[in-house]
Ligand binder design. Structure first.
Ligand code: GLA
Length: 390
């Protein structure tokens, strides 16, 4: 019998024992995500519809009596990177930079929620980094569960999501919303998570693409993205300015039936942003209706309309995504769109299973024809959310 490849949890545990000469007290892991639809709606108090990827980040952890936090990350090449050890009591925004800020920020925020002891953390994972699949949030969520687990605490998942968001906003310095943490912490396998950010209410909506002869193909364009470089923040600021001008708490409060009269009240430069948010929220609701009715085959045009809106109105798409989406559609995809914050990362295509090879070939060939980096494609199946592995 041959053994399969090691899971991130097994890798993290093995590396922990090798580095620290003792077994970890536990291993926790959290997945990356695909957002089926509902992009940039989260920080507008709107709707999102993500599912968890099978790809995960695992954290093997044990407490330390001296109050220090040590973090090591196992790379794909088997090498380990070590962040500068830091006392949990000394953590403050600006104290830790680089990749170490992600786990340190979580330890910083959890100090306010009953976690004050030090810990050794060893991280391993297979969520592609910089691919818009939420590897940094998977890392943060796994670290949060590990530190809370070591402290014997198990708060409600929506609370953990908000704490992780605070660490990302205030410690890492990325003004992101709640989509990614919520997806990583609350998704369950075989479902998409319909989440209303304002009310905090969630519904697990069954999602079995294979039963409809379909699959969700992820196209990692390998144009790497970042949510800290200004493009994301400027879109968010524009939305907040529009809401303030309209005298409403958030753009979520504009119904799609009031769109034209609402746009007329705004300066030209804010209109496309508002149009995207209002129509995108409506597309999420329409998608959920179709899924509840078992009509996944009809969702494609909504995905493609989302892409057009993100490209033309919100202006966060990028060349590789536009090329991939167009090539996938010309080869028979039912719908396709960029996902995540934008400016790089991944796209998805809803594809009839028997056209998988045609779509993959078309996307790869079109990228080659335009001298773009060869994308990586894989089929994504809704998988389990974050939890304890051992
Ligand atoms: C990034 C952010 C999320 C969300 C998406 C866009 O992934 O982390 O909060 O805003 O972009 O939908």
């Amino acid at each position: 019998m041959t053994s399969g490849p090691q899971t991130p949890a097994a890798k993290a545990a093995g590396e922990f024992t090798r580095l620290h000469g003792r077994a970890p007290a536990g291993v926790w892991s959290a997945p990356g995500r695909v957002n089926l639809i509902g992009e940039h709606t989260d920080y507008n108090d709107g709707y999102v519809l993500p599912f968890a990827l099978p790809h995960r980040i695992a954290v093997a952890a044990a407490p330390r009596a001296d109050g220090m936090l040590t973090v090591s990350t196992l790379g794909d090449d088997g090498g380990c990177q070590h962040a500068e050890p830091v006392a949990v009591a000394d953590l403050a925004p600006g104290v830790v930079s680089g990749w170490g800020a992600y786990p340190a920020g979580v330890a910083w925020v959890l100090r306010d929620h009953g976690v004050r002891t030090g810990a050794d953390l060893v991280i391993a994972g297979d969520v592609p980094a910089g691919a818009g699949l939420s590897s940094s949030h998977a890392l943060e969520c796994a670290v949060a569960l590990a530190l809370l687990g070591l402290a014997g605490l198990s708060p409600e998942r929506p609370d953990i999501a908000r704490w992780v968001q605070r660490s990302e906003n205030d410690f890492v310095g990325a003004p992101t919303g709640l989509l990614d943490q919520t997806a990583s912490l609350m998704c369950v396998s075989a479902h998409v998570l319909f989440h209303d950010v304002r009310s905090g209410k969630s519904e697990q909506v069954p999602f079995d693409a294979a039963a409809s002869g379909l699959e969700v193909l992820v196209i990692d364009t390998r144009a790497s993205h970042s949510n800290t470089d200004g493009g994301y923040a400027s879109r968010r600021a524009g939305c907040e300015r529009a809401a303030a001008l309209l005298g409403i708490p958030a753009l979520r409060d504009v119904d799609v039936t009031e769109l034209a009269e609402t746009l007329a009240k705004l300066p030209d430069e804010l209109r496309p942003l508002v149009r995207h948010i209002v129509t995108e929220n409506d597309r999420v609701l329409q998608t959920v209706e179709l899924l509840r009715a078992g009509r996944l085959t009809e969702v494609g045009p909504l995905l493609s309309a989302s892409h057009a809106s993100l490209r033309d109105d919100y202006r966060v798409s990028w060349k590789e995504a536009d090329v991939a989406v167009e090539a996938a559609m010309s080869a028979g995809a039912l719908g396709a769109r960029m996902i995540g914050g934008g400016f790089g990362g991944s796209a998805i295509a809803l594809v009839p299973v028997d056209l998988h090879d045609d779509v993959e070939r078309a996307v790869v060939a079109e990228c080659a024809a335009r001298s773009l980096t060869r994308p990586r494609l894989f089929t994504a199946v809704p998988s389990a959310g974050a939890g304890r592995d051992s």
